[in-house]
Design a protein around this ligand. Structure first.
Ligand SMILES: *Cc1c(COP(=O)(O)O)cnc(C)c1O
Length: 343
């Protein structure tokens, strides 16, 4: 596997912006190198462009080398960056499972890169042959999302592996919901597969969606291209310090996950008893995809009651479906009570 051959030529040749904090690393007593204001410490100083302190902490929790981590403004930033690093606009393409997370297509469109859909089976399971059949000579990236959004299911590992082994490009494995799933993360195999990029986020289980911090894990080589292309100071000091502090409360996150998984079971059980629920898809995430006879009507009814869910009625394979996020027992009960009165 030669990663260099997959990189856009202008990115290979790129001389990245060299910031003051890159040029001099270490401790000094007087900093006169970055045109900062000497007042209002510590916010007057540019932050660490590579966020080493935070990465060291994340690396310990995730069992990876800190050099295998890129941090972004949500996982949406690395999603956009993979297009800019690997895909020549109007020439290269990407393949993604369908249906899946909407940002892959939006980033493809913004970067003027063709987006090829490889449909999941009707029950949202993965058919590796179909994905590999969609790939052509100009395909640089395959996007897999497991557990998948909006379906909620884990993709079969054996099928995923066929793609990782059978495709000679980059496989992005989006694990935004990994904390809610019973299967191991692909991080355990990061060193075995030099062509995978694993995405995780602080937005879901960690309860920090507003903080905007996502993680990409890959080989040191791939991460070096992320570092070349990203904005120099993409993660501000407030975020670096805050996330670092929150990482001390790993047990609290695990407690939240336990509570939400319990509530997922509860909501499944309660929804099953409602006449309007045709089908509840199995979920390994913190949401349920639910099929009803008239999704628009149920969605609008709930809006009228002040309860907002996600209408997935127009999403392929999810026609007639609603996506419901698992919340507290009290909030889940409010939803169930309103649905009981729906007719
Ligand atoms: C929510 C979500 C993300 C997270 O995005 P952030 O930018 O990190 O908030 C990424 N991928 C999928 C599939 C998601 O559902």
């Amino acid at each position: 596997m030669n990663i260099q051959n997959l990189i856009r030529k202008n990115i290979l040749a790129l001389a990245p912006y060299s910031c003051a904090r890159d040029e001099f690393k270490g401790e000094a007593s007087v900093y006169l190198d970055a045109n900062e204001n000497p007042m209002n410490e510590p916010y007057n100083r540019y932050p660490d462009p590579l966020q080493w302190a935070l990465k060291e902490k994340i690396a310990k929790i995730k069992g990876v080398n800190p050099r295998q981590i890129m941090l972004g403004n949500g996982s949406d930033e690395p999603i956009d960056l993979v297009f800019r690093i690997f895909c020549e606009p109007k020439e290269d393409n990407v393949v993604a499972i369908e249906p899946t997370y909407g940002m892959y297509k939006v980033c493809a469109d913004i970067n003027n890169v063709a987006y090829i859909k490889a449909f999941l089976n009707d029950d949202f399971t993965l058919d590796a042959e179909r994905v590999l059949a969609a790939v052509n000579k100009k395909t640089k990236i395959v996007f897999l999302c497991s557990p998948n959004n909006p379906s909620g299911n884990l993709l079969n590992r054996v099928e995923m592996l066929k793609i990782v082994n059978g495709f000679s490009g980059i496989v992005v494995i989006d694990e935004a919901y990994v904390d809610f799933s019973h299967e191991a993360s692909w991080l355990e195999d990061l060193n075995k597969y030099p062509n995978i990029i694993v995405l995780q986020t602080f937005s879901k289980a960690w309860g920090m969606a507003s903080v905007r911090c996502g993680m990409a894990f890959a080989s040191e080589e791939i991460i070096s291209y992320f570092n070349k292309v990203k904005y120099p100071y993409n993660i501000n000091k407030l975020t670096q310090d805050f996330v670092s502090e929150q990482l001390n409360y790993l047990e609290r996150k695990e407690k939240w996950v336990t509570m939400l998984l319990e509530q997922r079971g509860y909501l499944q059980k309660e929804l099953k008893t409602l006449p309007l629920v045709e089908k509840i898809y199995p979920s390994d995430a913190n949401f349920l995809l639910v099929k009803v006879p008239d999704a628009d009507a149920v969605y609008n009814y709930l809006v009228g009651k002040g309860i907002i869910i996600r209408n997935r009625n127009k999403v392929s394979l999810a026609f007639g479906c609603l996506r419901i996020t698992i919340a507290t027992k009290a909030e889940n009960d409010m939803l169930i009570n309103e649905l009981k009165n729906y007719n």
